[in-house]
Design a protein around this ligand. Structure first.
Ligand code: NAP
Length: 302
């Protein structure tokens, strides 16, 4: 059913989809477009898609599936730019990290089209056309959030497409996706941005000390805090409701810990740390991370 795929946005996610298709489904024809001419040039050099086009309309004209791989704040604009040339039968999807606001932006820009939003929970802190690699989605979850009444054959076709790229597919309501990802991805990133920012603002501790002794835990936060600023600005603005709700719960729990530390309540601290250690074990048992001290890490969920 899907023989021609157009990728709009040829950075980490778009490039990785193109490379994964080239490796795993070489019969599928790929076209692509990126608003940035430098990105288009690198995409051509690396062969991220078979044909890098000079306009979004040209890229989607023959497509059975269009995947928007731009920052979530640019989804509406990117969808509007393909409207004139998009074939009526095409499935329109995306890879945005938040789903409700993206679904609304796509539906507003492309009335009457089949829109099936998606989020591959796979990424790294690198971005741009040099960052993509074919195995990014292998054994990672891809969450589809089809709206009510979406054509089940098209949902099935998109599920099969992602499974073909090596992903495990899950179907979810967009609002639930946003809540789950707020706690598993967005808040952890916010905490990393905060702690790294706080450390760099401290006057009593020098910058060189922060870097020198970073192995004490700080280092792992710096990896997350190095993530793309445009992408993450857009994620927080677009998933505002769910992030604020989860942040409220997190703040309450943090206050409880603060109280336990102040009052010397070791039992509360021990009980929590024991519980969180079990979560880490479960993550490893599920195959979502590696037990090695460096996490054996090349790729990460986001
Ligand atoms: P990226 O590497 O920065 O790639 C995005 C590309 O889209 C850039 O080349 C950008 O050009 C281009 N672009 C921006 N607006 C455009 C427009 N209107 N039309 C065409 N191209 C446009 O970002 P990414 O990491 O691949 O992220 C893309 C999407 O994937 C985001 O929605 C993000 O939430 C989602 N996602 C990311 C991760 C992750 O870990 N990175 C994981 C899962 C999902 P400029 O650079 O010139 O702006």
């Amino acid at each position: 059913m899907i023989q021609r795929v157009a990728i709009i946005g040829l950075g980490l996610l778009g490039g990785s989809i193109g490379l994964a298709l080239r490796e795993r489904a070489p019969d599928i024809a790929t076209t692509g477009f990126d608003a940035n001419p430098h990105v288009r040039a690198v995409a051509s050099e690396r062969g991220l898609v078979a044909e890098v086009c000079e306009s979004p309309a040209e890229a989607v004209r023959q497509a059975d599936l269009v995947i928007l791989c731009v920052p979530v704040g640019a989804m509406g604009e990117a969808a509007g730019a393909i409207a004139e040339a998009l074939p009526m039968h095409a499935i329109v999807s995306d890879v945005g990290s938040s789903k409700q606001s993206v679904a609304e932006a796509l539906a507003a820009a492309l009335p009457g089209y089949t829109i099936i939003p998606a989020h591959p929970v796979a990424g790294t802190e690198q971005s741009g056309p040099e960052a993509g690699f074919a195995s990014l989605f292998t054994n990672r979850w891809c969450i589809l959030t089809p709206p009510d009444g979406a054509d089940p054959h098209k949902v099935e076709a998109l599920s099969a497409f992602w499974a073909g790229l090596g992903a495990k597919v899950e179907i979810m309501e967009a609002a639930h996706h946003d809540l789950v990802l707020a706690v598993t991805s967005h808040i952890p990133h916010l905490i990393a941005f905060t702690i790294v920012g706080t450390a760099s603002d401290l006057e009593e501790v020098t910058r060189s000390e922060v870097i020198k002794y970073s192995a004490g835990g700080f280092r792992d936060f710096t990896r997350i805090a190095a993530s793309d600023p445009v992408m993450w600005r857009d994620v927080f603005l677009s998933n505002k409701g769910a992030v604020l709700e989860m942040l409220g719960r997190f703040t309450e729990d943090l206050t409880a810990l603060q109280r336990a530390i102040r009052s010397g309540d070791g039992d509360t601290l021990f009980e929590l740390f024991d519980r969180t250690r079990a979560i880490r074990r479960a993550v490893i048992e599920e195959g979502q991370d590696d037990d090695r001290p460096d996490f054996g890490r090349k790729d990460h969920g986001a």
